[in-house]
Write a protein that binds this ligand. Structure first.
Ligand code: ASP
Length: 473
């Protein structure tokens, strides 16, 4: 009996060991990347603590150097991977199917974003982090002092969907500015509506414009029949090759994120002091993000797909960690696509269609944060938003998250619009500036999680149709 028991234990041990090995092997990169984050934090914090005076920008640059190289590599594949993949995915489907898939994705994006905003509002109104908070002196930051009206921001969003020059869209996007008139001492400042209009092309890729152009090109290919096939094959081929490149870059993630984070910590002022001032606000956003990302979205996944979400979520680990490390959903996009296809078996026709759109317009984390931050700032300024204002915040926070690019701290910029609805000046974002780099990483991870679950859900709902049309890509 004894030997039988021992044999059984031995067998059990070896299967546990085998399984552990398997998990480690298939998730090795995720563990390594996570380790990279932890080592990055330890490295950053201990370097910072190792001396009294601040680290200079140059020294922080040296520490973050390797991280920036990794980030550059990831960014370099965004355009050549995303555009051909999107065109090929849509061009290879027939139109009724792509219409249905697109519609499902949009319904998911809109409903989850609005839900995130409402959750954020409920939390910030009940926790009230801004009542009695102390921000010390909130010195303004140049970059956030943009004078615009809400309507300008909304119109820019649509304007950027239709760039006049597609090559320029890869480099720049449009941004309305209004020019403050010079008035004499005895004159009053005219209303913002009367200021002179300026225009401005900023140096950041207009991904939204590129995505819209690619969708329409894909539709045109699908409608061109035989004549469109060579172009379709061309884009398919680029996307296959770029995916290979992406795979190589992803293996560098552990080292990349480690140095990105260490460099960022060195650039920081006193972190503990910032937490003392903004701790409650930080906590409120974090609670909201956790509820949304760990409860609401997984629950939705389970309800729709009738499967447990744990494996699906765990398989995406690498994408979240990269999102945390880069603070950019666009830069993470290649990783998200690869992980969803390879580990979760999501059909490439779905991932390459819905993810590029999702990464640019679906940002649940950002939406939640915009609502919490705007009301927090209002609370600090002694303003109690009325119900009408709260509804307006709901709408503008949703629009602001759609309008935010998938780049670090983009949400901070589009928040000007949300603040405007409560009558707060754009400079008041400086109150939350000091901890934004960190919150940004958390909300970006939730943005990526939202996109991934969306792709999983759309994939499930479109299963039958996709099987009927076994196609290329
Ligand atoms: N960094 C975020 C992203 O890329 C956008 C933001 O909320 O600032 O998803």
């Amino acid at each position: 009996l004894d030997s039988l028991l021992q044999e059984k234990i031995h067998k059990m041990k070896s299967t546990v060991g085998l399984r552990a090995k398997k998990v480690l092997k298939s998730n090795g990169l995720t563990f390594a990347t996570l380790l990279g984050v932890i080592i990055g934090i330890i490295l950053g914090v201990s370097l910072k603590a190792s001396r009294e005076e601040d680290w200079t920008d140059r020294e922080a640059m040296y520490v973050g150097y390797i991280g920036k190289l990794f980030l550059n590599m990831l960014k370099s594949v965004i355009i050549p991977l995303i555009i051909p993949s999107l065109i090929a995915a849509i061009g290879g489907l027939d139109l009724s199917l792509s219409g249905r898939i697109g519609l499902r994705a949009i319904v998911y994006y809109m409903s989850t974003t609005v839900f995130a905003v409402i959750l954020g509002i409920i939390l910030v109104v009940t926790i009230r982090p801004g009542v009695g908070a102390d921000t010390g002196d909130a010195s303004g930051d140049q970059t956030t002092k943009r004078n615009v009206l809400t309507s300008d921001t909304l119109m820019d969003l649509l304007r950027n969907c239709f760039p006049p020059n597609i090559i320029q869209a890869a480099l720049q996007q449009y941004q309305t500015t209004i020019i403050q008139p010079v008035v004499a001492d005895n004159e009053t400042m005219p209303a913002k509506e009367l200021w002179k209009m300026g225009n401005n092309w900023t140096n950041s890729t207009n991904i939204l414009g590129l995505v819209v152009f690619s969708i329409v090109t894909g539709v045109a290919i699908a409608l061109s029949g035989e004549d469109g096939i060579p172009l379709l094959r061309f884009f398919e081929s680029i996307s296959i090759v770029m995916m290979k490149l992406t795979g190589w870059i992803i293996t560098l993630a552990p080292v990349g994120v480690c140095f990105l984070i260490a460099g960022q910590i060195l650039e920081m002022d006193d972190i503990a002091e910032e937490f003392r001032k903004l701790g409650w606000y930080f906590g409120t956003v974090l609670i909201g993000l956790s509820i949304h990302g760990l409860i609401v979205l997984p629950l939705l996944f389970t309800l729709v797909t009738k499967t447990m979400p744990f494996r699906f979520l765990a398989n995406m680990g690498n994408a979240y960690v990269t999102a945390f490390g880069t603070a950019s959903s666009s830069a993470t996009l290649p990783v998200t696509i690869q992980t969803l296809e390879e580990k979760n078996g999501v059909d490439p026709r779905i991932t390459r269609f819905v993810l590029p759109i999702g990464a640019t317009i679906n940002m649940d984390g950002t939406a939640l944060y915009e609502a919490v931050a705007a009301i927090f700032i209002a609370q600090m300024s002694g303003i109690n938003p009325s119900l009408g204002q709260i509804i307006a915040i709901c709408i503008t926070a949703t629009a602001a998250s759609i309008g935010a690019a998938g780049i670090p701290q983009a949400g901070l910029v589009t928040m000007v619009m949300v603040l405007d609805t409560v009558g707060l000046p754009s400079e008041s974002v400086s109150i939350i500036l000091s901890l934004d780099w960190l919150l940004d990483r958390f909300r970006t991870a939730i943005n990526v999680l939202g996109d991934s679950i969306g792709a999983g859900i759309v994939n499930h709902l479109s299963q039958k149709e996709l099987e009927d049309r076994k196609s290329v890509v």
